[in-house]
Ligand binder design. Structure first.
Ligand code: FEO
Length: 455
């Protein structure tokens, strides 16, 4: 096995795990993964940046052997999780002069998790530089991508950013550099959804550190390397920081068709109203795909039958998962069916307490849905429409929403902050977004009879 050169005196020495199908005994890996490790040779010193999962340490050692290096001066641990750090004890044994370099928090974690002796570890701070001779490495603090200790390593002359988990993808590929940007972005989004989404606040806060570096190459520790870093930086900005999109995700289970009928009606009712709703049967689901939908969704509607006085366990699992992933959804509701009683909605609601969302009244049907249940679902779709349309308009119409209009006949003042709920206009609706069919709630003249009030 050979090392693969990615720049002058910089090699990839990682391992491709074609066959792995599960990560953390939780996350499906339909396309395997890789553990990227990099070796940098300066004129004075050398450094190994991250290692590999312990199951593949043989591959790492074979690639290092192929480079015919006699020593490693520094082993950089950007992250203490074992898929990158697990081979560090063996590397330190094989290269006894090597010093392990990591963040302050990383030092404690590597001692705790791998039993590494404290005196082998040097803790570095944000911005600190390690001199390798004609090259240097600079460390960039970027906590919570994916654990609290994470940092990035920057190779300034070559403008390569070694980002470890950040910007990674679970994608086993023979291509060191990702050429198919569509496939790469899809895998990176799945990875973001499964691993990074809970930490979107830290990503949003620190992403400009990466932008300022202006990297020419981003070399993560999972998946292909980016030769066009803007691709993944822009995607992360969208996923982590953009408002949620017009999408309601409906994860559900049905046992005797009642819940399925409710879900199908709701999804159709949403479509009729211009709301994109996607139903997702949890019976044989790929939870990675569910996580991807949650990246963009403004709404979540959980659909479940009652099982032994509570929600179906698979729906409870999806709720717990969403609670852990902390998507940016703003509105949640519950659809379900029951035979005689139980606590379906209350239990599901209690499982997503981490989410900063508005709960919209659930729709629960006793037995096979009746006309009144379908009407309630129509009202639920209306509720999602008004909220999602309203929230998607808010950022673009911030200035407009402040402008009030007065009826020239009766002097009624339309205040966008209050709207006209009785007339079907939700609070936050700017005047120019009110339908032309709307009339003055006092004197019933048309919208055209209103004039803006100059503040
Ligand atoms: Fe790839 Fe958080 O380890």
């Amino acid at each position: 096995m050979q090392a693969r050169k990615i720049a002058e005196a910089v090699w990839w020495v990682g391992a491709i795990d074609w066959d792995r199908r599960l990560f953390d005994s939780l996350i499906p890996l339909p396309e395997g993964t890789s553990y990227n490790s990099y070796f940098v040779q300066g004129t004075k010193k050398s450094a190994l940046i991250d290692t590999v999962d312990p199951t593949m340490k043989r591959v790492l050692f074979e690639r290092l052997k192929a480079l015919k290096i006699s020593s490693i001066d520094y082993v950089i641990a950007n992250h203490a999780e074992q898929d990158h750090s697990g081979a560090i004890p063996d590397v330190l044994d094989a290269y006894p002069m090597a010093k392990l370099v990591t963040s302050t928090k990383g030092k404690g974690m590597l001692c705790d998790l791998l039993g590494i002796a404290e005196d082998r570890i040097t803790a570095v701070k944000d911005g600190e530089v390690l001199d390798l001779g004609d090259k240097s490495l600079q460390f960039v603090e970027f906590p919570w991508v994916h654990w609290p200790e994470t940092m990035l390593t920057w190779l300034p002359n070559e403008k390569i950013l070694f980002s470890c988990d950040l910007f990674g993808s679970h994608l086993a590929s023979a291509e060191l550099f990702g050429r198919d940007e569509g496939a790469l972005l899809l895998a990176a989004k799945r990875y973001y959804a499964e691993i990074m989404m809970p930490f979107k606040t830290s990503i949003e806060k620190n992403l400009n550190k990466v932008v300022k570096l202006d990297p020419q190459v981003i070399a993560p520790s999972h998946g292909p390397i980016y030769k066009r870093p803007k691709l993944i930086i822009d995607a992360y900005r969208d996923w982590a920081a953009s408002p949620p999109k017009n999408l309601v995700v409906v994860p559900y289970i049905s046992m005797h068709d009642s819940t399925r009928l409710l879900v199908e009606h709701f999804v159709e009712a949403c479509a009729d109203r211009g709301v994109n709703a996607e139903q997702f049967n949890l019976a044989e689901a790929d939870i990675g795909r569910l996580a991807m939908l949650l990246v963009d969704a403004a709404g979540i509607v959980l659909g479940s039958p009652m099982v032994l006085a509570g929600p179906h366990p698979k729906v409870a699992y999806a709720a717990i998962l969403a609670n852990a992933l902390r998507p940016k959804a703003k509105f949640v509701s519950i659809i379900g069916s029951f035979g005689w009683g139980g606590r379906l909605a209350e239990t599901l609601q209690s499982l997503i307490s981490n989410l900063n969302v508005e709960f919209i009244s659930p729709v629960l049907a006793k037995g096979t849905p009746r006309a009144s249940d379908y009407q309630a679902l129509d009202a639920l779709a209306d509720a999602f429409k008004s909220r999602i349309v309203q929230s998607s308009q808010q950022p673009e119409t911030k200035m407009e929403t402040q402008e009030k209009y007065m009826c020239t006949i009766c002097k009624y003042i339309y205040d966008p902050a209050k709207g006209d709920p009785a007339g079907g206009i939700p609070p936050g609706t700017p005047f120019d977004k009110i339908p032309d069919t709307w009339v003055c709630p006092v004197c019933r003249v048309p919208k055209s009879m209103f004039k803006p009030i100059q503040s």
